[in-house]
Ligand binder design. Structure first.
Ligand SMILES: [Zn+2]
Ligand SMILES: [Zn+2]
Length: 280
């Protein structure tokens, strides 16, 4: 039986190695970080000693795999040349940071095509990805999107589509709140099984490497992206439990991006994941 890997999106405030301490406090054994504020382009630098400490502490405590989440400003699908250039530059810096930190995945959304159309947007994303120099040991993962406006990645066909447009071997991260918002009904064990089967059919389960585990405050197919505590949103206990069980079965690590509200923390949500998996 595969081991349950679950952790939280953790802060690197005060130094990147602090993310490991924070993860351990939550009871997590994998997780995600931003390398800098995701709302700005400026990357700053990662201190070499801090990077060494992050690797050493992650190894010593068996915390991993980690994932870097790229900036929210990155838009791979954009038809605008300046935005595309900034996006490529930002992604190249994330890839360098991942290599330095020993992090295997840099996770990014496809972005919005803003008028280029689905096929045009996917072609733009493929071209942007092909400009990147991906270091050994690092893989770009494309995250499934809630699919609002002209954002791509809501449909599994978009994920398969960008793979067809780039020479890189991509991997994928499914966010439960996003697939739900995009119209995949994962609120029941049958719905979870069907969604995994559809992903396998359209993209290929061998390319699915990570799960963002979030419940949702909105209904299926609304394209609204607002995360809820595990089992307390519209996906609910039955769907979340089935998704957790299947993820463990497939050996997929899970990162939580749940809110911190109503007195419930990441620690509460990690505990909840364990309880649901153990059938409580
Ligand atoms: Zn994301
Ligand atoms: Zn996510």
């Amino acid at each position: 039986m595969s081991e349950l890997r679950v952790g939280a999106h953790t802060s690197i405030a005060g130094g990147v190695s602090n993310a490991v301490d924070e993860q351990l406090e939550y009871g997590g054994n994998c997780g995600q970080i931003f390398t800098h504020s995701p709302q700005v382009w400026d990357h700053g630098t990662i201190d070499d000693e801090e990077a060494d400490a992050f690797r050493a502490e992650s190894d010593a405590n068996d915390v991993g795999p980690w994932m870097i989440h790229a900036s929210y400003l990155v838009n791979l699908c954009t038809p605008k040349e300046d935005l595309r250039a900034k996006s490529v530059d930002s992604m190249q810096q994330e890839l360098a940071a991942a290599a330095e930190l020993g992090i295997p995945y840099v996770n990014v959304h496809l972005g919005a095509h803003t008028g280029a159309g689905v096929e045009g947007g996917l072609a733009n994303a493929g071209d942007a990805l092909d400009e990147l120099d991906v270091p050994d040991g690092v893989t770009i993962t494309i995250e499934s999107d809630a699919g609002s406006g002209t954002k791509l990645g809501g449909q599994f066909e978009h994920l398969a589509g960008v793979q067809a447009e780039t020479d890189h071997d991509l991997a994928f991260c499914v966010d439960t709140a996003h697939v739900w918002a995009a119209g995949y009904d994962i609120s029941t064990p049958e719905g979870v099984a069907d969604t995994f089967a559809e992903f396998d059919d359209v993209v290929g389960l061998d390319q699915l490497v990570y799960v963002h585990l979030n419940d949702s405050k909105h209904g299926c197919g609304t394209n609204k992206d607002e995360h809820a505590h595990v089992g307390e949103g519209e996906i609910g206990v039955g769907g979340m439990r089935a998704f957790i069980d299947r993820s463990v079965e497939e050996g997929l690590p899970m990162a939580l991006e749940t809110p911190t509200e109503n007195g419930k923390s990441f620690a509460w949500n990690i505990e909840r994941v364990h309880e649901l998996h153990e059938g409580e």
